[in-house]
Design a protein around this ligand. Sequence first.
Ligand SMILES: [Zn+2]
Length: 107
Amino acid sequence: MTDADHGTRRTYAAGCRCTDCAAAEAGYRATLRRLARSGRPPLGALVRAGDAARIVRALLLERFTRRRVADEAGLERHTVHLTPSSRVRLSTVLRLRRTARRLLGEL
Ligand SMILES: [Zn+2]
């Protein structure tokens, strides 16, 4: 590994315990603890798909296709086939919200 290959969680997970890699891991864990304390879940957390489904529905009503919504949001096409009882990553909800705001100028 060169210097440029250190200082990430990936390199820490690969077993490197140098200062830079340990700091990257520690920083990540500190962020997780802070998010947990503040009650805000991490982006990878699974959440109910209700919000995401509502956003997709709003875009469909505006005549956007599911394919277009997925492409605009940078999501896999199957991701935009949601029922309110399914679960999605929080990052997916935020991504859809950003996309809807951009496409509709609101929400
Ligand atoms: Zn390292």
